[in-house]
Design a protein around this ligand. Structure first.
Ligand SMILES: NC(=O)c1ccc[n+]([C@@H]2O[C@H](COP(=O)([O-])OP(=O)(O)OC[C@H]3O[C@@H](n4cnc5c(N)ncnc54)[C@H](OP(=O)(O)O)[C@@H]3O)[C@@H](O)[C@H]2O)c1
Length: 265
């Protein structure tokens, strides 16, 4: 049974714990300087907890750092002496592997993950990068743990800004688009409730269809587009619009900001 520790028990940590606990035979312990959050996590998740990050680090083989980026350095200072041979997995947005290594040493095992908020329902789209000290045996476990919360792809760290924009911020962008659909539905006669339910289910179902049936996007568009029909009429408006440019600029702006924030990370 693998011993996994979580430092920080906010929303992201709790979501990860739920998924990992359901998927694997593991022993989970969590710590938090915030006693309220720690007690809630203990009750809700039925895990053991401690106020001490050091005690947690001592007891764990894998340590997830789930505090805000500004608190990462302090936590690393605290567990530095104990971290040898343990796998440190940081989910802090914008905090680079090299910054972590600078504090705990470049001979330690470090993983940087960029999950997204859909982790809460076990549907995250995450990417992760490993430092050179991660062994094949660690890789297998890390991949299994992270994929238990949805999808997790191993990538080169230099691509992390693109991941941050596309899938990290992505849920907000997609929610924004869903809202446009909802408002259009209301404008053309649907109740707010019905329009919301239909729009959310349409985005959810489309993603699910693409994922589960492994059909291409082009094929799906073709499946819905009867010649002379409603979809073709709507597509003509989309295809003549600036929507490609707008989405491209959205992702570009998020990447730019991620790079700016990462300069100090
Ligand atoms: N939300 C997202 O969509 C998303 C996506 C990707 C990555 N992330 C990353 O996920 C991480 C966690 O985010 P979150 O929203 O879950 O954060 P959160 O709700 O603020 O949870 C962090 C917890 O850690 C505690 N903490 C702070 N310093 C500590 C220390 N030295 N020792 C022990 N505990 C400490 C905090 O206590 P206090 O509340 O008292 O400070 C808080 O309870 C962040 O680094 C974020 O960048 C989030």
């Amino acid at each position: 049974m693998i011993k996994i520790g979580f430092i920080g028990t906010g929303n992201m940590a709790k979501a990860l714990i739920r998924n990992i606990k359901n998927a694997d035979n593991c022993c989970i312990i969590a710590s938090d300087k915030n006693q309220d959050k720690l007690s809630k996590a203990e009750k809700e998740l039925e895990i053991s907890t401690t106020k001490s990050n050091k005690e947690l680090a001592q007891e764990s083989e894998i340590i997830f750092l789930c505090v805000k980026p500004k608190d990462i350095a302090a936590v690393l200072e605290e567990i530095r002496e104990i971290a040898e041979n343990k796998v440190i997995i940081s989910i802090a947005a914008g905090v680079k592997i090299s910054s972590i290594e600078k504090i705990i040493g470049n001979d330690r095992k470090v993983v940087r993950v960029m999950p997204n908020v859909n982790c809460i329902v076990g549907e995250t789209a995450a990417a992760y990068s490993l430092n050179k000290n991660i062994r094949n045996k660690d890789k297998e476990i890390i991949n299994k743990l992270l994929n238990s919360a949805g999808l997790a792809l191993e990538i080169n760290e230099e691509k992390m800004d693109a991941v941050t924009a596309l899938s990290g911020s992505g849920p907000a962008f997609v929610a924004f688009l869903i809202d446009i659909f909802v408002n259009a539905g209301i404008k053309y006669g649907l109740s707010k409730e019905d329009s919301y339910k239909l729009a959310v289910q349409t985005f959810y179902g489309t993603g699910s269809l693409l994922k589960k049936k492994k059909i291409t996007i082009e094929k799906l568009i073709e499946m819905v587009s009867s010649p002379g029909g409603t979809t073709v009429a709507g597509r003509e408006v989309l295809e003549d619009s600036d929507i490609n440019k707008i989405i491209d600029k959205t992702i570009e702006a998020a990447i730019k900001r991620s790079k700016e924030l990462g300069k100090n990370g």
